[in-house]
Design a protein around this ligand. Structure first.
Ligand SMILES: NC(=O)c1ccc[n+]([C@@H]2O[C@H](COP(=O)([O-])OP(=O)(O)OC[C@H]3O[C@@H](n4cnc5c(N)ncnc54)[C@H](OP(=O)(O)O)[C@@H]3O)[C@@H](O)[C@H]2O)c1
Length: 295
């Protein structure tokens, strides 16, 4: 049985590949830039772009199951190609936002479009819907390494940030075992921690107290506008945001942080139900990523 993993360069995708290889599966990995992949020799590496069905037709030959990244503008065509190639099951890396308190949120719309295409394809599927990733904290690494105070947007907002390895383990389970068809797994990390506490835990892991600046209101808006700028074109192309008013992208995130100040963040038991062990804590993530925060 061949399993195809898209986004093998991604934070989650690279762990999915590793877990499947360790389980002895026959793995094919795709990327738009396969030359950037450094994978074990037994992994069959191909170039494929989810927005271009033709590139996937070549990668899908002989594949039984696929791990997909969300790419709404291409998913319907990729699923058609998958069905034609005889693929049986798709596992989508989606988002908790799809079933969150604000179903009209742009992140929810973006992921829901891909989920809908998969549901309509007639293949069996599993949707993995994580909350915020712990790996988002890597955006602080350069400031930490330079010894500068870290700009934390709404430093005292609570998150139950999930370790990318837990997301990958749940995904790998859904690819390797039966019994996950039709499941929508909302998954979170193992503890509710504010961003300021996350930074303190990174400091503990690297043995240094880390300073931060609490950035809120219009200063946070300016940071978010700069952060999202590279994605806006893609979101407009996919019809997710209105090209004449893209402020929604920033404002929904500000609302999210403001609500999260009230904490604690909800912790979901799904990782434990699926894997038989609790989700990793943020302290475990920080310990695993010490090298990313040191020179
Ligand atoms: N960060 C969060 O807090 C959070 C929370 C919930 C859900 N999510 C969702 O999780 C995903 C991000 O996961 P991640 O951190 O593992 O990703 P990542 O490290 O940012 O990597 C993105 C991956 O997506 C692949 N990709 C992007 N466009 C593609 C295309 N057109 N065709 C094929 N592959 C494409 C890339 O593959 P190549 O570049 O190798 O082609 C890359 O491996 C997003 O869908 C995000 O919305 C994130």
């Amino acid at each position: 049985m061949t399993i195809l993993v898209t986004g093998a360069t991604g934070n989650v995708g690279r762990h999915v590949v590793d877990l499947l290889v360790r389980a002895g599966a026959d793995v094919r990995a795709t990327s738009r830039n396969p030359e950037s992949l450094d994978l074990p020799a037994e992994v069959d590496v191909r170039r494929a772009d989810l927005t271009d069905r033709k590139t996937f037709e070549h990668a899908l030959h002989g594949v039984e199951k696929v791990f997909l990244y969300t790419q709404p503008s291409g998913t319907a065509a990729v699923m058609e190609a998958a069905k034609d190639a005889g693929v049986k099951h798709a596992v989508l890396l989606s988002s908790a936002a799809v079933a969150g308190p604000d179903p009209d949120h742009w992140i929810a719309r973006w992921h829901r479009a891909a989920e809908n295409s998969i549901e309509q394809s007639g293949l069996s599927w599993t949707f993995v819907r994580p909350g915020p990733f712990a790996v988002n904290s890597l955006q602080w690494a350069e400031s930490v390494k330079r010894g500068e105070p870290v700009r934390l947007l709404y430093a005292h907002s609570y998150l139950s940030a999930i370790h990318e390895r837990d997301i990958a383990e749940v995904s790998a389970c859904a690819l390797l075992q039966d019994g996950h068809a039709g499941a929508r797994y909302r998954i979170t990390g193992g503890d509710s921690v504010t961003q300021a506490e996350q930074l303190a835990l990174i400091g503990q892991a690297i043995g240094r107290e880390l300073a931060f600046e609490d950035v809120t209101g219009d200063d946070a808006r300016a940071d978010l506008r700069a952060r999202f700028a590279p994605r806006i074109q893609e979101l407009v192309r996919d019809g997710v945001v209105d090209p004449t008013d893209t402020s929604e992208i920033v404002e929904t995130r500000i609302r999210y942080y403001e609500e999260a100040l009230e904490g604690p963040a909800e912790i979901d038991g799904t990782v434990e139900k699926v894997l038989g062990k609790p989700a990793r804590t943020f302290a475990e993530w920080a310990a695993d990523h010490k090298a990313d925060f040191t020179n």
